[in-house]
Design a binder for this molecule. Structure first.
Ligand SMILES: *[C@@H]1O[C@H](CO)[C@@H](O)[C@H](O)[C@H]1NC(C)=O
Ligand SMILES: *[C@@H]1O[C@H](CO)[C@@H](O)[C@H](O)[C@H]1NC(C)=O
Ligand SMILES: *[C@@H]1O[C@H](CO)[C@@H](O)[C@H](O)[C@H]1NC(C)=O
Length: 435
């Protein structure tokens, strides 16, 4: 009883605050509730993009005209915060409107982000995403791009954490995330420290066995033959299990899926951008006559930064800048897909990044490979420092939201949950702690 009372009180105390964004934004025009009901919802999230990378947030050398136009036609938030400075927890919080520690999607060790498609972790089934609520409200709900909230619980193929189990009717994209390992020849990223350490141990052990064998052969050491053979056998076994774990990272992690089917394994990075765009445009076309929620979770601008022909080498900021400019073009194409079908005014469009830029992503030869967080200190993975959590936040809904407004009230990516739930006519869950 006590517990319940507290939770309800907390819910009462928090949801109004969480609805801040909606109210703040809607009030200036007066809530046109009648025609504002059930707009389409297009949520675009970049991966690892820094707030300092966009023209509309003060960058003068990177060209992001499409995102800048989105801001001119809508509302730009200057104090928009991610719930965590890393993909998995930030996205879990975004999807559920609750801090990731509530759903078990945050941790304090080195494994704050899921590292493997094959692992058993993921967003628990009893968590409610905004997609599930909007699905119940009659929306078509699609996820295109990155998920990174787990796939299976107990067996390969139970798909208990899959997007289709979390309220999306359509999924096309990566169940995991882009990582360096997805491109042959790049330094490893998944479990890189563990891999390096185990690799080192294997080398030392191999030298040990070789020395013992050589010493024995030359008669310098009197170790029993069986001991040397046994040690060599153990070493071989160890190496085999190391290789089985880490020799196929690309194959296990870098895959594209359509709903429950794997469509490319390993995936080709060069064609992924085109495929995702084609899918998004086709999604808008297929659903143009009914309210839809489309979450385009971009693979850009995470390393390994594979930009297609027109963008490679085009920017002033190396492969990273090229990738940001390509992402901006992609956003422009998505906006065009709406506008071409007369859906611009009927669509509540949002652009953000899951957290700040990845400052340590640098290379001797290539230079900057991660985002720029402007005047804010710190970046991806650095909790407590603002550069890791302060992200771009842009909303556009012509006719309802004022154009060109800048809002500097503190807002959170978690505010999107109650906002879109309310716009879709749904209700936020009342049976749990919020925030
Ligand atoms: C613009 O973005 C690039 C790429 O992240 C960065 O190197 C540069 O410092 C930024 N410029 C400004 C003025 O913020
Ligand atoms: C989901 O289930 C777990 C395990 O039973 C529980 O601890 C958690 O509170 C539940 N979450 C919700 C939102 O009901
Ligand atoms: C869309 O909204 C804008 C801004 O209010 C308005 O000028 C325009 O006429 C609207 N377009 C349509 C097709 O309703």
């Amino acid at each position: 009883m006590m517990q319940r009372g507290r939770a309800t009180a907390a819910a009462r105390a928090c949801w109004p605050a969480a609805l801040l964004t909606a109210c703040l934004l809607l009030r200036p025009c007066g809530c046109k509730t009648a025609n504002a009901l059930k707009p389409n919802i297009l949520l675009i999230m970049a991966d690892d993009l820094g707030i300092g990378d966009l023209g509309c947030y003060g960058n003068r050398t990177l060209r992001t005209p499409h995102i800048d136009r989105l801001a001119e036609e809508g509302v730009r938030l200057t104090q928009h915060l991610a719930a965590a400075p890393l993909c998995t927890p930030s996205r879990a919080a975004f999807l559920t409107g609750r801090h990731a520690f509530r759903s078990g999607m945050d941790a304090s060790d080195g494994y704050r982000a899921l590292q493997w498609n094959g692992g058993s972790g993921g967003l628990p089934q009893n968590e409610t995403t905004f997609a599930r609520i909007l699905q119940q409200e009659g929306y078509a709900t699609g996820l295109i791009g990155k998920w990174h909230q787990g796939v299976n619980c107990a067996t390969r193929g139970d798909h208990c954490h899959h997007p289709l189990r979390h309220g999306f009717d359509d999924f096309y994209g990566m169940p995991f995330t882009l990582v360096n390992d997805c491109q042959p020849g790049r330094p490893p990223e998944v479990d890189a420290a563990l891999r390096a350490r185990l690799g080192q141990y294997t080398q030392w052990a191999a030298w040990g066995v070789l020395t013992a064998a050589a010493g024995r052969a030359c008669g310098l050491l009197s170790v029993p033959r069986r001991a040397v053979l046994g040690a060599a056998g153990l070493l071989l076994l160890f190496f085999a299990s190391w290789f089985a774990s880490f020799g196929f990272v690309r194959r296990w992690n870098c895959v594209l899926m359509r709903n429950h089917e794997v469509t490319e394994q390993p995936m080709r990075l060069e064609t992924a951008t085109g495929l995702l765009l084609e899918e998004a445009v086709s999604y808008v076309e297929r659903n143009k006559h009914r309210p839809f929620l489309l979450f385009v979770s971009l693979l850009h601008v995470h390393i390994p930064l594979v930009s297609t022909g027109a963008f490679a080498g085009r920017s002033r900021h190396g492969p990273y800048g090229d990738n940001v400019e390509e992402m901006d073009w992609l956003v422009g194409q998505l906006l065009h897909a709406l506008e071409e079908r007369g859906l611009k005014n009927k669509t509540f469009t949002y652009f953000t990044s899951d957290h700040g830029g990845h400052l340590e992503a640098r290379d001797e030869a290539l230079g900057q490979l991660g985002g720029w967080n402007g005047i804010y200190r710190g970046g991806k993975g650095m909790a407590g420092w603002e550069g890791g959590i302060r992200v771009p936040g842009i909303f556009r809904w012509p006719g309802v939201l004022p154009a060109g407004r800048v809002v500097s009230e503190p807002t959170s990516l978690m505010d999107v949950f109650p906002t879109v739930v309310q716009l879709g006519g749904g209700e936020v869950p009342r049976d749990r702690c919020v925030r």
